[in-house]
Design a protein around this ligand. Structure first.
Ligand code: NAD
Ligand code: USQ
Length: 382
């Protein structure tokens, strides 16, 4: 299969490129390096050193047929000509601004996030329609589209409702918690519409937060993927592991009952591989929930604390005032059926994987220490 990965320089895009190459697929990786610049903008850097795109291209070619293309998905002509030239079977779309705090900094960052994410997805939709309408669009959304409703979260694009005695199907209710998360909701609605009007084929993935330093292909520094830990770009499990290495207290926000559907980088990449190799029927919009373990951020802090202790590190947990507006104790019960039905079986358990992560990060302690002032939360929702 020939697969274009938009956002191939990112945390998920790079290891997915490697996985697909190892499976014998041809990969064209596209990126405008926006995340590298935006992490620098907030005074931080990846904890693990990452090679330049040219070096990455060389490393990827050890595994298979890979090409890196520099480009911006908000440029319609670029996206259209890329599809014309490469004629792919599938396009994986990761190329979005993916940080909730970054989107909440101020009006410029909110507008940039809306513009970057909504325009990129709309350009892809139109380019597929114009160039080759049977391309499978694999779009990365987020579990955060649903918010934390006080009912079970169905794994479907539509639900049946009854209002004043009349029944109809409506898009599954969503209530996101940042401008970033809202862009994923709007993308979903735009894809549902493109599917209805033009019959385009989509897999829209609601993925929870990913953690981890490794996949099977990450066997040395030249294959490292980025690993962010600052208050804007770092996600909670990855941040805790760096905090443990730096000897900083772990930072659950507020009461710490915030519960999400987490999964390891290895499991994320494998789930994506399965979804790409098993496309939906032509003209279908497939809606997938992608997570492995439901955990609260309070519970995760104890996992990381225990793992650190086993490695001889004495780490404290200090709940800090929550910079976000979100429920700190809530019901959370999302459905998970599509991935298991396709044969997905998770390989990693968070409790064990955080120990591997701390071990992987320890050699880079000095490098991370340079950015330790970027760890404590500063970006507030209000
Ligand atoms: P990332 O920021 O590391 O990767 C995204 C890549 O897209 C970056 O390399 C960035 O430079 C590129 N990009 C952004 N805008 C672009 C544009 N206009 N043109 C070209 N390239 C552009 O993020 P990630 O963690 O790898 O996430 C990948 C996708 O998965 C994102 O869409 C994110 O919202 C989603 N997601 C991530 C997680 C997670 O925990 N990391 C969880 C759920 C969903
Ligand atoms: N949190 C802490 N302490 C920290 C950092 C975060 O308690 O030090 C809490 C947050 O308040 C939140 C939860 O942990 O309740 C998750 O926050 P996060 O920063 O790990 O993840 P989030 O902002 O939700 O975003 C990440 C990715 C995003 C993806 C999303 C999946 O950056 O791209 O869409 O996870 S989900 O959370 O399911 O929406």
């Amino acid at each position: 299969m020939k697969v274009i990965i938009l956002g191939a320089d990112g945390y998920l895009g790079w290891p997915l490129s490697l996985r697909l190459l190892r499976r014998g697929h041809q990969v064209v990786g596209v990126d405008n390096l926006a995340t590298r610049r935006a992490v620098e903008e907030v005074g931080s850097d990846s904890a693990l050193p990452i090679p330049s795109p040219k070096e990455r291209e060389r490393a990827a070619r050890e595994l298979g047929e890979f090409k890196f293309v520099f480009g911006d998905v908000t440029d319609y002509k670029f996206v259209r000509e890329l599809l014309r030239k490469e004629n792919p079977d599938a396009v994986v779309h990761f190329a979005e601004q993916r940080s909730a705090p970054y989107s909440m900094r101020d009006v410029e960052h909110a507008v940039y996030t809306m513009h970057n994410n909504l325009e990129g997805t709309l350009n892809l939709i139109y380019a597929v329609k114009e160039v080759k309408s049977d391309i499978h669009i694999v779009k990365m959304g987020t579990m955060g589209e649903y918010g934390t409703p006080n009912f079970d979260i169905p794994e479907s694009a539509f639900v049946e409702v009854e209002i004043n005695g009349r029944r109809d199907r409506i898009p599954t209710p969503k209530f996101a918690g940042s401008w970033y998360h809202w862009t994923k909701v709007y993308d979903t609605y735009n894809m549902l519409f493109a599917n209805k009007v033009w019959g385009l084929t989509f897999t829209d993935i609601m993925q929870g937060p990913v953690y981890g330093t490794r996949t099977e292909e990450i066997t040395g520094e030249r294959f490292f993927t980025r690993f962010d830990f600052d208050e804007v770009w770092g996600t909670v499990v990855n941040r805790y592991c760096v905090e443990a290495v730096l000897g900083l207290p772990l930072t659950p926000y507020g009461k710490g009952g915030q519960t999400r559907g987490f999964l390891s980088l290895e499991d994320s990449v494998e789930a994506l591989r399965i979804l790409i190799e098993n496309p939906p029927k032509q003209g279908e919009y497939r809606h997938v929930n992608q997570f492995v373990e439901l955990r609260s951020v309070r519970e995760i802090a104890t996992f990381v604390q225990e793992a650190a202790r086993e490695l001889g590190l004495d780490v404290k947990v200090e709940h800090v005032p929550n910079p976000r507006v979100e429920a700190e104790e809530h019901y959370y019960n999302p459905e998970l059926k599509v991935l298991p039905s396709l044969g997905f079986r998770p390989k990693k358990v968070m409790r064990e994987e955080v120990k591997v992560m701390i071990k992987d990060l320890l050699p880079f302690k000095e490098r991370m220490a340079r950015y330790s002032s970027a760890v404590m939360p500063r970006t507030r929702w209000k």
